[in-house]
Design a protein around this ligand. Structure first.
Ligand code: FES
Length: 573
């Protein structure tokens, strides 16, 4: 590999003029001697730490550990904060700010004297947002995933973040779980630092970056509080300095092959549907053309190898002890591009060669998978002309071919107002339809697609129904849930035209989602349809609704696709 002689940071620190003095002098107020940052790789540690993002609250300490590794390898670390997106506190939904956070990362990296980047990530959006930003600059970049929480433990049983929340909430509706049970379960579920420990979006994103080749091998599943996570952070600090010297920039790793690997692995681990939106957006920044059909074509033939909630019964801690992602990658050796390059300079195939598995009940053998088929099915039809998705491994088999009467909720508030009304005209064969939760309409496409079932049906023992919307679903959720319908209802997609009583047909095998209403009638309804008023007329939300793309394009802003590279526009004078 070529050794790089020129350092970008020299443009700041290497000049013996007035501005060189300015760049160095102010940095020296921290007590850094001159030799530390002259002619040394300067490593930016992009930290998504925030008290408002509980999943990332341990990353402040991790930044110090990465710094030790950078110093040890002869680099100079500079930590910087970026907008942090915490799923559990931000309203109305973190997805509204993923692109803003990515802009923060992109512009901060480009504007500063940085040669290499370490991304400290954890909670769902903190991984794709930082990676999108870094991809648009394209410096050598390594990801340190913050790691999952320890398994939840409640009254002798393992409970998983998110997944247990849905189960407990259903139990409340059915009358089998009390308020006291719920409060006790809160602390039992979240009992250590780290992100959700189910195969939700955060774990899917961590697995994604490892598969893309952007972490040290085996990094993603290590629990946040395991000392081996700190070792991994230290070694990542070592490695990024070498990557700068080797000029191993992101675009050399984020190739089409790497993205195809990520799609296959996400299927085999039962990863989140949110993965689709984020991967498409990341690919768009680095110039790889991914389309929705790639996810079905490449991913739906994969077997499910990982027995983790919400598709199975174990949790991320078990996954790590069973051998972690290298075992999955080795099992998929015949399916993935083993020659794809990773940040340690080796191929993904070399990194996972003969990875030992310590528990075959957690990670199945490819000859005897946990479930025969996994992945994400991409649906087409007059109800979703640009596509919709469903995760079959989290759905009920008998509902994957189903025709039922539509019960329509025009907004999420309308749903909450009426869902538990004993007079609501609904039975278990109906199809629940939610409008107004797409990227533009909500705005920000919240995770509400896995609508709770009506209380009266839950009490009758109904466990699942077909639910469709233009929104997303938490990666920890489950059910026969059709998501990401595009075009969304708020911009006039046919979803907007569905009325109570219409018949809707879902056929996952044939990849169809059909509204059984004639074209003539749809045309008439469309003529009478009125677009909802925009939700904001100023500020960032206004920018968002005017520029966000639809789900199949990754919900990035139209003006953010592509990259601007690492050159600064003008010098500081
Ligand atoms: Fe942060 Fe689930 S809430 S990862």
């Amino acid at each position: 590999m070529n050794k790089k002689s020129y350092l970008r940071s020299t443009e700041w620190f290497g000049k013996d003029d007035k501005m060189g003095f300015v760049h160095r002098s102010w940095l020296r107020n921290q007590g850094h001697p001159d030799h530390l940052f002259r002619d040394k790789p300067v490593i930016g540690i992009c930290n998504t730490w925030s008290d408002l993002t509980p999943c990332n609250a341990h990353l402040r300490e991790f930044a110090d550990i990465v710094k030790r590794g950078v110093y040890e390898a002869g680099g100079f670390p500079l930590e910087f904060p970026v907008m942090s997106l915490g799923e559990t506190l931000m309203k109305p939904t973190t997805m509204l700010w993923r692109n803003l956070a990515s802009m923060d990362v992109e512009e901060t990296i480009r504007a500063n004297p940085l040669d290499g980047i370490v991304l400290l990530t954890g909670c769902d959006k903190t991984t794709p947002s930082t990676l999108m930003g870094a991809a648009s600059v394209n410096l050598p970049t390594i990801v340190v995933p913050g790691g999952p929480m320890l398994n939840g433990k409640f009254r002798g049983k393992d409970i998983g973040s998110g997944t247990a929340t849905w189960q407990l909430s259903e139990g409340m509706k059915a009358g089998t779980v009390s308020r006291e049970d719920l409060i006790e379960a809160e602390s039992c579920m979240s009992r250590s630092a780290g992100h959700c420990m189910t195969m939700g979006t955060a774990s899917s994103m961590a697995s994604m970056v490892e598969t893309l080749g952007l972490t040290l091998p085996g990094a993603s599943a290590i629990p946040a509080v395991d000392s081996r996570k700190k070792v991994m952070a230290h070694l990542s600090g070592n490695r990024i300095v070498e990557m700068v010297k080797e000029d191993l920039s992101l675009s050399k790793i984020l190739t089409r092959q790497a993205f195809e690997n990520a799609i296959k692995v996400n299927s085999a681990i039962g990863g989140s549907t949110n993965f689709i939106i984020h991967l498409v957006a990341i690919a768009g920044r680095i110039g790889v053309d991914l389309v929705l059909d790639d996810f079905d074509k490449l991913g739906s033939g994969m077997p499910l190898l990982l027995n983790l909630m919400p598709s199975g019964k174990y949790l991320m801690e078990d996954f790590y002890y069973a051998g972690g992602l290298p075992v999955i990658l080795d099992e998929l050796r015949g399916h993935i591009h083993t020659g794809a390059l990773t940040i340690n300079g080796k191929t993904i195939g070399e990194n996972c060669k003969d990875a030992p598995c310590y528990n075959r009940d957690v990670i199945a053998n490819i000859e005897k998978p946990f479930k025969d088929s996994a992945g994400i099915a991409v649906l087409k039809g007059n109800l979703c002309e640009n596509g919709a998705v469903i995760k079959p491994s989290a759905a009920t088999y008998s509902l994957m071919q189903h025709k039922g009467r539509a019960v329509v909720f025009e907004t999420i508030e309308d749903y909450h107002d009426r869902i538990d009304d004993p007079d609501l005209d609904i039975d278990k064969t109906c199809v629940m339809v939610l409008k107004g939760v797409g990227p533009v309409g909500y705005p920000g496409m919240p995770e509400v697609g896995n609508l709770d079932l009506p209380e009266k049906l839950v009490k009758e023992g109904v466990k699942d129904m077909v639910r469709i919307s233009d929104g997303r679903m938490s990666g920890t959720a489950y059910g026969t849930v059709v998501l990401h319908i595009s075009p969304e209802s708020s911009i006039g997609g046919n979803l907007a035209l569905v009325q109570n009583g219409d018949m809707i047909e879902l056929d996952v095998k044939k990849r169809k989602l059909i509204l059984h209403v004639s074209d003539k009638e749809l045309k008439k309804r469309k003529e009478n349809w009125k677009a909802p008023d925009p939700v904001a007329d100023r500020g960032y939300v206004n920018l968002f609704i005017n520029h966000v793309e639809q789900a199949e394009k990754g919900c990035d802003f139209d003006f953010l696709r592509g990259a601007s590279g690492n050159k600064v526009m003008r010098d500081l004078h």
